[in-house]
Design a protein around this ligand. Sequence first.
Ligand SMILES: O=C(O)CCC(=O)C(=O)O
Length: 276
Amino acid sequence: MAETLERVISEDDIRTFHEDGAVCLRGFLSPEWLETVAEGFEQAVASPGQFSKSYGPEGAPRYYTDHRLFNRFEPFRKFLFEGPTAQVAAEIFDAARLDLYDEHLLIKEAGAPAPTYWHHDMPYFSIKGDQLASIWFSLDATREDTGALRFAKGSHKWGKLFQPVKIGENVPVDSFNRDDLIATVPDIENNPDEYPTVLMETDPGDIIIFHGLTLHSSSGNSNTENSRRALSLRYAGDDIRWQNRSDAPLIFDRTLNDGDPLSLLGEQCPQVWPRA
Ligand SMILES: O=C(O)CCC(=O)C(=O)O
């Protein structure tokens, strides 16, 4: 934590993050920041990027996702570089430096039936290490049946890496062929005694921070009036290094060697802490 600012997250919340693998900070984002991000969503939906995808049955409301936002849309750039979320991740890991590996826009349109199937994020990314956290929040209220996230408590400490699936389809990602992955995610839903979970319903302004190895899922959006617009930001701390993975869905312009620091990716994976 190179910057000396007033701390934004309590010791209790940091402990919960490390024990459970996820923690929710209530009322963290101001209405002004939510407004900025909402502008970004409008612009992004009007202009899909090369990694955008839609999930769900043909003709049904979409589960729409996109990536790489800050270098295309000014509101996201402002939020990421001037907003308060990087400091949360820095405090969680007591990190000297954070790079932004990915920004993920996840819209479940009104009535979108596709859920997010159980998965954890690490195996989707071309990285290795422990200090990976996502900060996820929604511009819309989320409830159990409208796309609120559910986490398998403590699953970031199982010491396992599971086969990645297409998040809205539950089929393996293309060209899956990995030595370091074991099996598919267990049946968490039907074994609550073995796999306790925590549901985090949120209101606008709440943010959730979860570890890159914490298994999570969410329902489709049963609200037929409103979309569920969520943003997930992936912060990589001091011990994260590049790890080549042929099946990683996000492609970078530069090829690195295993063990290289992410700083070699330059603008595609910018330093967000300490702030410039
Ligand atoms: O928004 C969702 O439903 C899923 C989010 C997610 O899987 C993630 O942020 O990693």
